[in-house]
Design a protein around this ligand. Structure first.
Ligand SMILES: [Zn+2]
Length: 446
């Protein structure tokens, strides 16, 4: 084969169903050859991995809050995509809220694309929003290239992105099913939360009681039934309550088109270990008990949970209320975009999982769920997006050295396994200090 731009030689490549030695040829940003390690493929640029390094597909993080325009001081496209690249992530999908205006109509999507253009170091796709009153906008957003629609079933945390009530949820699903779109749902039931004790003060167990697993269980059951009636494809965001796993499994057996994700923090931390006042750990739904965490890992093992994404949801430090440590007033969201791969690998290998599993949860499955057909795999015809990963290296997280705009993360000071040595986007090594080379992705176009 002639005229390749890049050849990668690695004794450990996560490709297909296993870990294999391969020589990979890249042309015009795509993988065009996958041959045995003995192959004599050549190119002007040759990347040779050591035996301590593994070639992974670039991570696809389909749950990121970039917050730009409107709240760019919370994150922003330049800082978010630098952090992504440093963490082995080559594609993010941006959530439709916390930015102002929220991405609930085509002009808002166009404004967001204009804001992101020329700033992104990795590829970026967009979710649209489903809120009360924007039913007529959904088809237009779909045609304009959003990958699906997010909705909330309780207060979202920001007033400009209201929740859907059950009738509005059903109407949104009926509309989205007319073009076989995807609805992704923050599943906590508003009434259950209203009847739970109010969150206030610095005691984590009080905060946990204010976000009971029953709220999540009830909301997931409701989404399952509506998906059954309407035929709409649905996805449950950030599963935190292990109670929902059995419901998800039975719904899927019965043909309901439903997928689910969880996040590194639910798989790493445990409520029993969260210090009082440590609001860096506040997120919604909340981090639950250690026993619950182990059941989430079993859900991944069984395939009931399809994927792991960061739900990177930063804010400025003042909104985390560190002076009082009051969980009632602190912003609910955890920053981890740059750390997701290492955080998951640290906990996964401890439980006997391999990088093949991690690549399935963090590369293949999120790409498939978001409909990104050229992403998430090292295979012919896919984008040459790679993460060079040293799984046995370790580091201690220092929040101040991360590319996140704000140095707040519950992982600060935590030792993690697995170091990202370099990240490659469409055949080029990402240099976060050089001109950004990322592209904006649209549904069907990537
Ligand atoms: Zn989120």
């Amino acid at each position: 084969m002639t005229d390749l731009d890049l050849v990668v030689r690695a004794s450990r490549v996560i490709a297909g169903p296993g870990e294999v030695g391969r020589c990979i040829g890249v042309k015009d940003g795509s993988i065009v050859a996958i041959e045995p390690l003995t192959s004599d493929l050549s190119a002007p640029v040759v990347l040779e991995l050591s035996d301590q390094e593994v070639l992974l597909p670039g991570v696809v993080d389909s749950h990121v809050h970039v917050n730009d325009p409107g709240r760019a001081q919370w994150e922003g496209f330049a800082s978010a995509t630098r952090a992504a690249a440093a963490g082995g992530v080559t594609t993010i999908v941006d959530m439709p809220l916390n930015n102002i205006p929220p991405t609930c109509d085509v002009p808002a999507l166009e404004l967001k694309r204009k804001t992101a253009a020329d700033q992104v170091h990795v590829d970026v796709g967009f979710w649209g929003g489903a809120i009360p009153g924007n039913l007529p906008e959904l088809r237009g957003l779909h045609d304009a290239g959003v990958l699906g629609f997010k909705c909330f079933l309780l207060h979202s945390g920001v007033d400009e992105f209201p929740r859907l009530d059950p009738d509005e949820l059903e109407a949104a699903m009926r509309e989205i099913s007319t073009f076989d779109g995807l609805l992704i749902v923050h599943a906590e039931d508003a009434h259950t939360i209203e009847h739970a004790p109010t969150a206030h003060g610095a005691t984590y167990s009080d905060f946990l009681r204010s976000r009971p697993r029953g709220a999540e269980n009830l909301a997931v059951a409701q989404v399952i039934e509506l998906a059954r009636w309407t035929g709409c494809r649905v996805h449950i965001l950030h599963v935190s309550s292990s109670d929902v796993l059995a419901m998800l499994a039975s719904a899927r057996r019965e043909g309901v088109r439903i997928t689910a994700e969880t996040c590194p923090h639910y798989l790493t931390f445990a409520a029993e270990e969260i210090p009082d006042g440590a609001t860096a750990y506040k997120c919604c739904p909340p981090i639950r008990e250690a026993a619950n965490r182990e059941l989430l890992w079993e859900g991944l093992r069984d395939g009931v949970i399809d994927l792991i994404v960061s739900d990177h949801s930063p804010s400025t430090p003042d909104l985390k209320a560190f002076e009082t440590g009051d969980f009632g007033v602190a912003w609910g969201g955890i920053s981890s975009l740059q750390l997701g791969l290492s955080a998951v690998w640290t906990e996964a290998r401890r439980r006997g999982f391999t990088l093949i599993d991690v690549a399935r949860w963090m590369c293949h499955a999120p790409a498939a769920q978001a409909g990104l057909r050229r992403k998430g795999r090292i295979d012919l015809g896919y984008d040459a997006d790679f993460c060079v990963f040293a799984p046995d290296d370790e580091f201690v997280v220092d929040a101040t050295t991360l590319h996140h705009r704000n140095a707040v993360t519950p992982y600060d000071g935590r030792p993690l396994a697995g170091v990202v040595r370099s990240t490659w986007l469409r055949g080029e090594e990402i240099d976060v200090h050089a001109a950004p080379q990322g592209r904006l992705l649209t549904r069907g176009g990537a």
